[in-house]
Design a protein around this ligand. Structure first.
Ligand code: ADP
Ligand code: MG
Length: 686
């Protein structure tokens, strides 16, 4: 049996009880333990003189005990142990609280290595609660110390000891899965060295090299797995070959506007996929307002005219309704029947829709998650589109795809991300980018201001309303909260309605309202009965009301940049000059920096890149939701440079050995399979 997959309880010092605690940290096997990467490190490697040690910070010192221990009891329940020492530069005391037993650990005249926080009381130097060891004996001081994420019942010292025991006994069994050629080409440390140094770094340089090696490996495996999934789709999934459709050109010509060349190009890419037998799996990325919907409509048109059904799934009801309305309008002269399916549909209506869908009487079904429910059956679904893909998980996408027989799949994402990252997150998809906005769009004027500007903003809103425009107000909360000092939609709504804007139409929209209520409000806003819509982020995606030209965001510091950019994208959709006002309640530098990025850029790709940089991908979008295995050490954004190298290498490997069958790739193959098995993804290799 493979030694490394042995249960961790066999490591010296573990046993069943500790093993069950380690399990909580997802450590089951020896290998898990070896790859349990420290969360951070404490550098205790450099020794320093007492006089040079910065007060208030932790330092490592070499000291000699120069007097007997003293214990002081200033009050009940408190005892202070003080042991006098000296080093080359001066005198001081090692100090502990309520740990009298330590007094016998030190011998007068002996030298020790200690690490602790340096304190100064009057002229007296103290080292508070230091860790210590006899000079040159032990590994607590004089080196870089790993700090692990812990769980109750296990201390950092214990894990450190367990890892150390594990490496001592089993590190030799760790196989090198990268070839010498690869390691040389990218200058990578060998695996045993890397594992040892990631836990117990010899020095800062070795730590860096160890990290680099392990990050490279992890990203390589990830990328290989994703390429394998993608190639599998390419080889096996024979889908539908759509015939050419005569009316296509007429449809394009009669659109209410001329396609941008980017829209046209992307549609051609889709069109080509649809013409082929291979199943289409394509991601369309485009900034807010780049006109993704009409591109989807073109594909739908072709599918329907070829005699098939098609469906479009949107993440919110508001968006689904809006798509339903605009598609119905686009298709109205072509004998195409559209229907809407959402959770709030009355049961009777719903039964009718389901029946007509089964019988093939509905050509285009637009809806929310309701579409993926079991009782929804199509007669011949051939094209499946999900809008605003970042809101859906891979699984939901998969369920939807199973509603047809190998339907072509189109995914539309409004969170543009750098290509390298897209390749990872959507490794199984081909990518098309709409990199151009329709003509005549004016830049949205964006201002970041403090809350003291609110009266002026309100005056400005009033002026715009008098000219016939409308405004969105977005707040981070629905209701007032005692804990958080944030603006709530209800609060502002009440204030506006009863006071500031009492002569105008003010509406409130948030996620806790019923779908029917949301619809009504949205309709009133569209029809102009509501001048000012106070809302939470439910309007973040897709909403399209060209007459509204002001977006005011309260507590803008609470939102991600990509999210703010999405919100801003709700305006600037008509012919009017539009404004986005970010009310920033935070005075921190980083928050000012974030606001500045939005003020200066209207390019969603740049903004999302910055957002990733500032927040990290974990928060940017749950990577797990995208069907990407959880990464233990690599960070998709921070490690972009290594990612590029790993991608290059994985392309080389896949090209020369697509099923990882060669002896060289045996180790890699096994690890890729394991990595994806962990997320329930069965990679098929021949
Ligand atoms: P998004 O990519 O954000 O989903 P939409 O598809 O909602 O963008 O399009 C935004 C607006 O731009 C819509 O009002 C749409 O009718 C309009 N639009 C799309 N393409 C064009 C074009 N080529 N010329 C002019 N307006 C367009
Ligand atoms: Mg859209």
């Amino acid at each position: 049996m493979d030694k490394l997959s042995m249960n961790v309880q066999y490591v010296k010092g573990v046993g069943p009880k500790r093993a069950s605690r380690l399990k909580k940290l997802n450590i089951n096997t020896l290998e898990d333990l070896m790859y349990y990467i420290p969360r951070e490190y404490e550098d205790r490697s450099r020794f320093i003189n007492l006089r040079e040690a910065p007060i208030g910070e932790k330092s490592s010192l070499k000291v000699r005990i120069v007097g007997p221990a003293r214990i002081i009891r200033p009050r009940k329940n408190l005892s202070i142990l003080k042991i006098p020492f000296q080093d080359e530069s001066g005198h001081g005391f090692l100090v502990w609280f309520n740990q009298d037993y330590l007094k016998d650990r030190f011998k007068l005249g002996e030298s020790y290595e200690v690490n602790g926080k340096i304190n100064r009381v009057g002229t007296e130097y103290q080292i508070i609660n230091p860790v210590f060891q006899r000079e040159d004996l032990g590994n607590k001081v004089g080196r870089i110390i790993p700090l692990y994420s812990l769980t109750s019942g296990i201390s950092n010292n214990e894990i450190t000891k367990i890892v150390s025991n594990c490496l001592e006994e089993y590190l030799d069994f760790v196989p090198e899965i990268l070839t010498d050629v690869t390691r040389k080409r990218y200058g990578l440390m060998d695996i045993k060295h890397a594992i040892r140094n990631i836990h117990f770094p010899q020095d800062a340089v070795s730590l860096k090299e160890a990290r680099r090696r392990l990050i490279f490996q992890e990203l390589l495996l990830l990328q290989l797995g994703l390429f394998i999934i993608k190639n599998k789709n390419m080889e096996d999934e024979m889908g539908i070959k759509f015939p050419k459709v005569n009316e296509m050109e007429k449809f394009i010509e009669n659109l209410p506007f001329e396609l941008t060349s980017a829209q046209y190009r992307v549609f051609q890419e889709i069109d080509e996929d649809m013409s082929g037998l291979k199943q289409m799996n394509r991601l369309v990325q485009g900034d807010v307002g780049s006109g993704k919907t009409v591109v989807a409509a073109l594909a739908m048109f072709r599918a329907v005219k070829a005699g098939y059904q098609t469906t479009l799934m949107a993440p919110t009801e508001i968006l689904a309704i809006q798509h339903f309305e605009s598609l119905t309008e686009l298709f109205k002269d072509y004998g195409i029947k559209c229907e809407l399916l959402t959770g709030s549909l009355a049961d009777k209506e719903k039964q009718v829709v389901l029946k007509e869908l089964r019988e093939g009487k509905i050509d285009v079904l637009i809806g929310t998650h309701a579409i993926i429910q079991e009782n929804v059956e199509f007669q011949n679904l051939a094209l499946v589109i999900t809008d605003e893909q970042h809101r859906f998980g891979v699984r939901q996408r998969a369920i939807l795809n199973q509603k047809g027989k190998k339907p072509d799949v189109l995914v539309m994402s409004a969170t543009p991300i750098p290509r390298t990252l897209a390749l990872i997150l959507y490794g199984d998809l081909d990518i098309s980018i709409i990199d151009e906005l329709p003509p005549g769009r004016r830049e949205i004027e964006t201002y970041a201001v403090g809350p003291e500007y609110i009266p002026r903003i309100n005056k400005f809103i009033e002026k715009q309303i008098l000219e016939g425009r409308q405004a969105y107000i977005v707040c981070p909360l629905i209701e007032e909260s005692e804990k958080l000092d944030l603006s709530s939609a209800e609060e502002i709504y009440e204030e506006f309605k009863n006071n500031t804007f009492k002569n105008y139409g003010v509406g409130l929209l948030h996620g806790k309202m019923s779908n029917r209520e949301k619809d009504n409000i949205m309709n009133e806003f569209k029809e102009g009965q509501i001048d000012i819509l106070v809302s939470t982020t439910v309007i973040e995606v897709g909403v399209n009301v060209p007459n509204s030209n002001i977006m005011v965001i309260y507590n803008a510091e609470r939102f991600g940049l990509a999210q703010l950019h999405q919100l801003r994208g709700r305006v600037g959709r008509g012919k009017y000059q539009s404004y986005c006002i970010l009310i920033n309640n935070s005075k921190t530098k980083i928050s000012r920096e974030r606001m500045r990025i939005l003020q200066n850029s209207s390019d969603g790709f740049i903004i999302s890149e910055k957002d990733l940089e500032l927040r990290g991908p974990g928060e940017f979008f749950g990577t797990r939701q995208h069907g990407v295995p959880e990464l233990k050490i690599a960070n998709l954004f921070r490690d972009m440079d290594i990612l590029k190298l790993a991608q290059r290498e994985s392309i080389d490997i896949i090209n020369s050995d697509p099923n990882l069958n060669s002896l060289y790739n045996k180790g890699v193959r096994e690890k890729v399979l394991n990595m994806f098995e962990a997320i329930g993804e069965d990679l098929i290799l021949n």
